[in-house]
Design a protein. Structure first.
Length: 236
């Protein structure tokens, strides 16, 4: 049996693994957990009653977290002409055209988000097998294929995140850092949950959110009652 650290055992004493907590209750409990030696990301995991193998049951979208993620995102813009200067002035970390596409094909992946102008998608399309599995492929649905480069860069820098179900029907998203206050984490969590609820596919019948949990990067998961959480975000 693996030996557990004192910190992990201390967390187990605080978190009842058999209990379903409320959303705010979970956030407040999270703040009581023993801290790690670094500022951990707070992750939210939402299991949905969808089958991602069917196109009409895909759940994907973007949402701007009111308090950001606490992480500085490195934004890459693939554009040409005057849009290159616009991207640079908006604060993009990397800007290029076909040259940067070739660089990515060569193995360079030192960025966290990619924005492309529609006219460059003929070139960016070559990167599908590289960026797609990493959730980095630009898409009009998520606002990352656009001529409004400045707005897109600023939104991502301010805390806009993309959410998408994995092959198991689960959404994993960072909603902040452990250094955030309980109110900040709660605000971010409810905005994400609302966005996921709004993205419910018409093909889904019955219960949509099957389970919900929250956890720090190296911590114990806190189970949340989906029905109670949905009621909380309506009341708040």
């Amino acid at each position: 049996m693996a030996k557990r650290s004192k910190r992990y055992l201390a967390m187990l004493e605080k978190v009842d693994k058999t209990k379903l907590y409320g959303l705010r209750e979970a956030v407040e409990l999270l703040k009581e957990l023993p801290p790690a030696k670094f500022d951990e990301t707070v992750e939210m995991h939402i299991r949905l009653n969808v089958d991602p193998r069917h196109a009409d049951q895909q759940v994907r979208g973007t949402v701007s977290l009111p308090h950001g993620t606490g992480q500085e995102k490195r934004v890459l813009v693939i554009a040409s002409g005057e849009k290159v200067k616009e991207a640079e002035e908006a604060g993009a970390d990397f800007v290029g055209g076909e040259d940067i596409v070739q660089k990515i094909e060569g193995g360079w992946l030192d960025f966290d988000a990619v924005i492309a102008t529609p006219d460059m998608m003929r070139v960016v399309g070559r990167l599908g097998r590289i960026l797609g599995p990493r959730g980095l492929m630009p898409s009009a649905k998520t606002g990352t294929v656009t001529f409004d480069i400045a707005d897109a860069v600023k939104e991502i820098k301010a805390g806009r995140i993309e959410f998408r179900v994995d092959r198991y029907g689960i959404i994993h998203a960072g909603i902040g850092k452990m250094s955030f206050s309980a109110d900040m984490l709660f605000d971010n969590a409810k905005v994400l949950l609302r966005a996921v609820l709004r993205a419910r596919p018409a093909a889904v019948k019955g219960q949509y959110v099957r389970s919900l949990a929250m956890a720090p990067t190296m911590g114990v998961g806190i189970k949340i009652d989906p029905a109670r959480a949905q009621k909380e975000i309506v009341e708040e």
